[in-house]
Design a binder for this molecule. Structure first.
Ligand code: NAP
Length: 262
C-alpha cells in the first residue's frame, strides 16, 4: 500500500538510535523528507548517512541539540521547512525509588517526557491544520497503561502528556482539519535503552545478564523483544494519508504483554 506521504516533511526527535531512528527509517523509505535530532553528533551523522542510503531521493537534515530545552526545539523547528509530521521522542528517565528523587529529577523528567512534546505540538499543529494535513506521534511507554514501579518518573511524566493529548487531539479545529495526534506505547524493544536497563538490573540483583534477559523474553507472549524497524513501520502507518480518522489513541506495541481484554 502506498502510504501517500511522498514529499512530506517530518521532524523526528531523538532519532540517532533506537525507536526514533526506526521511525525515521520507515518515513524516509516512504519518501518523507526528515529532520532528525539528537544530542550526540557522531551517531546522528552516521544515522543520517544510513537514511540517505535507504532513499537517496529524500532530504535528510540533522540538528544536534537537547530536545528538552527551548534552544534545542527552536533549532529543530528552524531546520524543518514545514512540519507535516511530528514524532515526539526523548530519552526516558532513569529507574529508581521515588524516595530518592528530588524536585530537580522530577523537573528533568517533566521537561523531557511531557513539556517538550507539548511545546512542539503547540508550535506545529495550527500550521498543520491550516494546510489540511498533520500527524503527531508521541513515543510514550507501555508503562502508561501498566505502570512499572521503578519507572515512577516515566509513569508520572508520560501520564501527564497522555492526559493532555487526550483532550487536544479531540479539538474539532484539529481533528476536523485532518490533524491527528496519537501515542505509541512501546513494551520491550531491543534498543540501547533496554540493554542498559537490563544490565543495570543484572548488576543490582547479581543475576547473570543472560539469564535475566532470557526470563524477560520468555515473559512476553511473542517470546521476543520488538525491533525498532517494526516500531517504525507502525509509526509510518499512523502518519499515512489513510489514517486521518485515527486520533487521540494510545496504541500499545508490546508483543501481547498487557494482560487486559481492552
Ligand atoms: P535509546 O535506544 O536510548 O535511544 C534514544 C535516542 O534518543 C538516541 O538517539 C539519543 O541520542 C536520543 N536522545 C535522548 N535524549 C535526548 C534529548 N534530550 N534530546 C535529543 N535527543 C535525545 O532509547 P529507545 O529505547 O529508542 O527509547 C526511546 C523512548 O522510548 C525513551 O523515552 C524510552 O524511555 C521509551 N521506551 C523505550 C522502551 C524500550 O523497550 N526500548 C520501552 C518503553 C519506553 P543522544 O543520546 O545522542 O541524544
Amino acid at each position: 500500500m502506498d502510504l501517500g506521504l511522498k514529499g512530506r516533511w517530518a521532524l523526528v526527535c531523538a532519532a540517532s538510535r533506537g525507536l526514533g531512528r526506526g521511525c525515521a527509517e520507515a518515513l524516509v523509505s516512504e519518501g518523507v523528507n526528515v529532520v532528525i535530532t539528537a544530542r550526540g553528533e557522531s551517531d546522528l551523522l552516521s544515522t543520517a548517512a544510513a537514511l540517505k542510503g535507504l532513499n537517496p531521493a529524500a532530504e535528510v537534515k540533522t540538528v544536534v541539540g537537547d530536545i528538552a530545552t527551548e534552544q534545542g526545539r527552536a533549532d529543530a523547528l528552524a531546520a524543518c521547512p514545514q512540519v507535516d509530521i511530528l514524532v515526539n521522542n526523548a530519552g526516558g528517565p532513569p529507574p529508581g525509588d521515588f524516595r530518592d528523587w528530588d524536585r530537580e529529577q522530577w523537573l528533568a523528567a517533566l521537561e523531557a517526557n511531557m513539556l517538550a512534546p507539548i511545546a512542539l505540538i503547540k508550535a506545529t499543529v495550527d500550521g498543520m491544520a491550516a494546510r489540511g494535513f498533520g500527524r503527531v506521534v508521541n513515543i510514550t511507554s507501555g508503562a502508561v497503561k501498566a505502570p512499572i514501579d521503578t519507572l515512577g518518573l516515566s509513569n508520572g511524566a508520560r501520564s501527564g502528556l497522555t492526559g493532555f493529548v487526550a483532550g487536544v487531539a479531540r479539538q474539532p479545529r484539529l481533528a476536523g482539519a485532518n490533524v491527528t495526534i496519537n501515542n505509541l506505547l512501546p513494551g520491550a524493544f531491543d534498543t540501547d535503552r533496554l540493554r542498559k536497563n537490563m544490565a543495570g538490573a543484572a548488576a543490582r540483583s547479581g543475576e547473570p545478564l543472560g539469564d535475566l534477559t532470557a526470563k524477560r523474553r520468555a515473559a512476553i507472549p511473542a517470546q521476543r523483544f520488538g525491533t525498532a524497524a517494526e516500531f517504525g513501520a507502525i509509526c509510518a502507518m499512523l502518519c499515512s494519508a489513510h489514517a486521518g480518522y485515527l486520533t487521540g489513541q494510545n496504541i500499545l506495541l508490546d508483543g501481547g504483554s498487557y494482560p487486559g481484554t481492552f
